[in-house]
Design a protein around this ligand. Sequence first.
Ligand code: URA
Length: 433
Amino acid sequence: MRMFDIIEKKRDGGELTEQEIHFFVNGYTNGEIPDYQVSALLMAIYFQDMTKAERAILTSAMVDSGDKIDLSAISGIKVDKHSTGGVGDTTTLILAPLVASLGVPVAKMSGRGLGHTGGTIDKLEAVPGFHVEITGDEFINLVNKNKVAVIGQTGNLTPADKKLYSLRDVTATVNSIPLIASSIMSKKIASGADAIVLDVKTGAGAFMKNLDDARELAHAMVSIGNHVGRKTMAVISDMSQPLGKAIGNALEVKEAIDTLKGNGPEDLTELCLTLGSQMVVLANKAGSLDEAKAKLKANIENGKALEQFKIFLASQGGDASVADNPDLLPQATNKIELSAKKSGTIQHIVADDVGTAAMMLGAGRATKESVIDLAVGIVLNKKVGDPVKEGESLLTIHTNQDSIEDVKEKLYASIAISDEHVSAPSLIHDVVT
Ligand code: URA
């Protein structure tokens, strides 16, 4: 088999066979096929697309290129949730203990944040003592005992994806639905869950800026998951403005605690109940979405979800008393209000700009090496559609820096106030099964 023939076939719109896809993925991973030939193939895929079968084969080939997490020692149906990334997305911190409180095993492998979106591990590490450095055996034992545990990325998962993603980054081929879908799904499938709930974000703070692209990506990922035997569904949710009110690590933990107590922001609560219901049904712990939602709400109201959160924190070294006293979380020295320059209705709050402003405060990493400040961030006091009076606080900046004029300027530029009536954007745009 020759790489030249594979490139030529895809360039001319042909469908690659299983052998051809495995040949290029394996050959590239072990260094036998050079970057320039794979670059040419990626560009051909970018223009010619891939069939559903090709996408599933590419995903499986990337999964097979490295280690796979074996969760078979955990009893029950393991359902994973994956978000394509957004600003103020605290859902994992809430969903993990919430669905676990209904007996759904949550074996979560998470990462750190880079750029304008936060990482689940960074957020959890805002809880004093909490750590994710546990062995694979401890991880399995904790999930069997408590139904929930979080571990950092372990093993050599999907090395083919790592190499291909780096090459795509420098060859203008990141933005291709079959390549994005197979990249994300390869990591999810290698992580071992039986079923997968995807939260595909759309809007300014999301990877997919418009709804059509988000829908196409959701369909592509659901198709791959189901093709390779993992029950998969996707919710398409809004990320035109940040989710919830808090952006920043300790601030988001506090918001997660509020939500687990039933006092969280409306949009964050609604998204958690929507994603959580899907997870509970996929795990066979409820017969319908309505029943699942009612059970989740009940466990928020009766305190079981919060109790599960405390057990989870304590089991990984964290100070569970933060759940009763969130003031024990890291606090910034300065709290500065950003006041409205005019009266009207909030027209937009551009999510990625607010995420970047939080990063400038130190809440996120500009580069992989950046050290983050767990205490700092932003709490929105207004959301799109809310009325506001001149001089009223739009948001509160939590900072340890003395001079934040550049951050304030960025935040003012990200918020528009209209004289007209503005409706809040709908939160759930679509569900793809
Ligand atoms: N995230 C991924 O993991 N892969 C992509 O290709 C794009 C976003």
